[in-house]
Design a protein. Structure first.
Lengths: 592, 268
């Protein structure tokens, strides 16, 4: 067995170490066992990562077509032909679904979480390697099901990523609401299963697999973020899974969970007595925590990067942990703020609104602490740090519009306008993506043994940073002026015509931003082969992944089990020989 | 690099803020009794959140430049935070956010907690793919029955909403494609949807409410400016969502009475 005791140390009795031993498994030799049906959390992490990378390019391409259609509705595209208004709705549905599930949920948690959670807590693998493999392959199947919706009769659905019935429940409600919509629901249900298995694995691993000395309060904030995200996932995906099954039954088995008596296309539908609002409650009970599932790992990573590159301990470690825990808790009490205009009781809006404003408080604490960490630091502006600073900026900009939408009074003019689109893209979309980019630049040397090219990374940062602001800030203006979301053209309403120049600007900004992603993709693949060889700890960081070989061996620490003596952010400790103290360093006693 | 970050972050901040302050794109002209209050609270929230936005971004850019790593830089401070500062910051944010919320709650309450005043103009709004229909109860003050099996969207008008013409209460019901209401009198809306969810959105009236199949949602607003105001659909309802629009005509009481009488006469 790999993962031996390393020099006969007598720490076998600890619970963590026992768990560590029990789950070690030998390195596989064949290609299939090593790279396809792998049990190694690192390979599974990479599989998730590359799945998300594929998905992000699909999602981005769809958004590009959307922006083209909005400005040139009659353009005839090579190969793809015309984009009709209903095609536009299909594009936005698939863009939203793919981005939320297969990118924002998949990369930060499934990708980086899988790869680095076990290493950062000193474990040889996740608690349940087989379950881990299964979660990935179920997620992969879900992705295939989602993409195949494009190729069935009628095409992909047009009901938006939120899939409100009756639109999403009735074949006759629109093109794409046939087989395409079934595949869409099936894909989401599969995704939920994968996410549930993965959540169990993350929680167990965090609780049971920490090495000696790695108390909860010595875990890097990334681990805290993955842990809390997993708890949210466990509680939220089960609800969406059930809702998906009910919707499938409504669609195919003649039940009426979500569909009342309706007349669609002149036909009386065979349903009676269902509640469209029930779906919205179930969906948003998942959907709001989902926002935090997407952003929490990026928050954890941002904390990590800001501390490493400012060469300073994180400002208020405990406050950061408590802030994430309260975000996780409050995240389950705010779903109704998506439903202020839905016909839900207006009295409940009060409660949901207060809770939503309250969730802004821990978010503000986090921002304060990131700034506090940079204050008085010695900031190395390497590419991961640029993306971390970009993350903070986007998080602030996207967060600041939250208190508008959280107040039902102001939600009256703003709900379902481009203001909302701008808000959630900045905060849960692009800020999270900046987390993914930052994580890629930061951990690439550990994953592939080489450095990414710094000049390309900087070009990528500047164009993406300025570009995303040019895309999403104007959407706030358009939304204030009353531009509804999900409109494929602005020609039917007189008051929207004056917003066309603003929308043209957004489209051109999108062209530039999307084009600049090729700096990233080229850098990623080029550096794997030609990048400068990386040392084991190129960023001079303290956490456990930087104590092992690059890339890490199959059992992560090459037969040796680390022991932890310090917190994760011991930078610039007075009297220490270097400006960082490794977590595993037994000799230096930190002043804290 | 630090200086570039400072300049770029500050530029983004000031340019973004400029368009908000200059109101280059702003809420459309308010034309209802509630608009002034909503807009006022909107402006207050803008001011407060705008200050937080500029303060946070300006510090971020400043710190990135001021504390950048360079040969002459002093060593980083070794500190793990400051509990007093955390508490002060948390309490201040909580007061600010919850306070903002409470300030606006009376507007929400007056919009949604109370029923329409007696004597309000009653209009039933029905959303269907991709059209709004408006129904007035007529002199008897009662809406006649509608039946799903009578619905014939292609015939338009009364048939589109499935009006049961055998019901005596339906005899004087007026169904139109344009909504006409008298100025300065509260309008009571009864919102319905026939097929999928729609959302009745009149930007100038600061009015928005989903119309949900299976529900009759009672709402109210008071138009205070005579004119024609565009009505849109704000909930994704299918392929024609973007062209599901209507028109609200706010007229004087006399003109409204004349208009309604003419519609009644047409019916007879």
């Amino acid at each position: 067995m790999a993962g031996g005791t390393g020099g006969g140390k007598t720490i076998m009795a600890t619970r963590e170490f026992a768990a560590h031993e029990a789950h070690a498994h030998a390195a596989p030799q064949g290609f299939i066992r090593k790279w396809v049906f792998s049990l190694d959390h690192k390979v599974i992490g990479l599989q998730y990562y590359f799945l998300a990378l594929t998905a992000v390019f699909v999602g981005m391409f769809l958004s590009l077509l959307m922006r083209i259609h909005l400005i040139w509705p009659n353009v005839h595209l090579p190969i793809l032909g015309d984009i009709k208004p209903e095609t536009y709705l299909t594009l936005l549905t698939m863009h939203g679904t793919i981005m939320v599930f297969f990118v924002l949920t998949t990369a930060p948690q499934g990708g980086f979480g899988n790869y680095f959670l076990p290493i950062q807590i000193g474990a040889a693998d996740m608690a349940f390697p087989v379950l881990n493999m299964l979660s990935f392959w179920v997620t992969f199947l879900a992705f295939i099901a989602m993409l195949s919706a494009f190729f069935v009769a009628g095409g992909a659905p047009l009901h938006g990523w939120t899939g409100y019935p009756p639109l999403s429940a009735l074949q006759s409600a629109g093109p794409g609401e046939g087989a395409g919509a079934d595949l869409w629901v099936i894909s989401i249900a599969l995704f939920c299963l994968g996410a549930l298995m993965s959540a169990l694995n993350f929680i167990t691993t965090t609780l049971d697999m920490r090495v000696k000395g790695m108390s909860m309060m010595r875990m890097p904030l990334t681990c805290w973020a993955w842990f809390i995200t997993a708890i949210l996932g466990l509680l939220a995906f089960g609800v969406l899974f059930s809702a998906g099954i009910l919707l499938l039954l409504d669609r195919n088995a003649g039940t009426s969970f979500f569909v009342p008596l309706v007349v669609v296309n002149g036909q009386l539908a065979a349903h009676k007595g269902g509640s469209p609002l029930l779906w919205q409650h179930l969906f948003w009970f998942f959907g709001h925590p989902e926002v935090y599932i997407a952003i929490l790992p990026a928050m954890g990573l941002c904390s990590q990067l800001v501390s490493v590159f400012s060469r300073k301990p994180i400002f208020g470690y405990k406050a950061m942990v408590y802030a994430m825990l309260s975000i996780g808790l409050l995240g389950f009490m705010v779903w109704g703020h998506h439903m202020f205009m839905s016909g839900m009781s207006p009295y409940t809006a009060f409660a949901f609104s207060i809770m939503t404003m309250a969730i802004g408080v821990p978010s503000a604490i986090k921002t304060f602490n990131w700034l506090g960490t940079m204050w008085g630091g010695r900031i190395r502006l390497a590419s991961p740090m640029l993306f971390a600073i970009g993350f903070v900026s986007l998080f602030v900009s996207g967060g600041i519009s939250g208190p508008f939408l959280a107040q039902p009074t102001l939600d009256i003019p703003l709900h379902d306008t481009a203001f909302v689109t701008g808000h959630f893209h900045l905060i849960m979309g692009v800020a999270s993506i900046f987390g993914i980019f930052g994580a890629t630049y930061y951990w690439f040397p550990k994953m592939f043994g080489r450095m990414m090219n710094e000049s390309l990374a900087r070009w990528h940062f500047w164009l993406t940073f300025v570009g995303t602001y040019c895309i999403f800030m104007p959407m706030h203006y358009a939304g204030m002026a009353g531009q509804p979301r999900r409109y494929s053209q602005f020609t039917e309403l007189h008051y929207l015509e004056k917003l066309i120049p603003l929308n043209t600007f957004i489209t051109f900004a999108a062209f530039v931003t999307i084009a600049s992603q090729f700096f990233f993709i080229f850098n990623l693949f080029w550096s794997m082969k030609y990048g400068k060889k990386a040392s084991d700890n190129p960023w001079e960081a303290t956490t456990l992944e930087w104590t092992t070989a690059t890339p890490p061996p199959h059992d992560n620490f090459g037969g040796h089990t680390p022991e932890v003596f310090h917190g994760p952010y011991e930078y610039s400790v007075p009297g220490a020989p270097r400006d960082y103290v490794m977590q595993t360093d037994p000799t230096t006693v930190a002043a804290h | 690099m630090g200086l570039v970050l400072l300049v770029v972050i500050w530029l983004i901040t000031f340019i973004s803020a400029y368009f908000f302050i200059a109101k280059t794109w702003w809420l459309p002209t308010g034309a209802s009794a509630a608009a002034a209050g909503i807009d006022h609270h909107f402006a207050t929230t803008y001011l407060v959140m705008g200050i937080v936005f500029v303060a946070a971004q300006v510090s971020l850019g400043f710190f990135a430049w001021k504390y950048r790593d360079r040969a002459s830089a002093p060593p980083a401070r070794y500190m793990h935070g400051n509990n007093m500062l955390e508490i002060v910051w948390t309490v201040l944010t909580a007061i600010l956010f919850i306070g903002l919320n409470l300030m606006s709650s009376s507007i929400w309450a007056s919009e949604r907690f109370r029923a329409a005043a007696p004597g309000a103009t009653q209009v039933e709004v029905t959303g269907m793919q991709f059209q709004w229909y408006f129904r007035y109860p007529g002199p008897d003050g009662k809406f006649g029955a509608t039946k799903p099996e009578l619905i014939d969207a292609s015939a338009g008008g009364e048939s589109a909403i499935g009006l049961d013409t055998t019901d005596p209460a339906s005899k004087d019901d007026v169904v139109t494609g344009t909504m006409v209401v008298p100025v300065n009198r509260e309008v009571e809306l009864i919102l319905r949807a026939q097929d999928v969810i729609h959302s009745f959105f009149i930007p100038n009236m600061r009015f928005k409410q989903d119309a949900v199949p299976g529900l009759a949602i009672h709402m109210h607003f008071t138009p205070i400016t005579i004119g024609e105001w565009e009505v849109t659909c704000a909930e994704l309802c299918g392929l024609g969502h973007y062209k599901m629009h209507g028109m609200l005509r706010v007229v004087s009481q006399e003109e409204f009475d004349k208009w309604l009488a003419a519609r009644e006469a047409e019916k007879q």
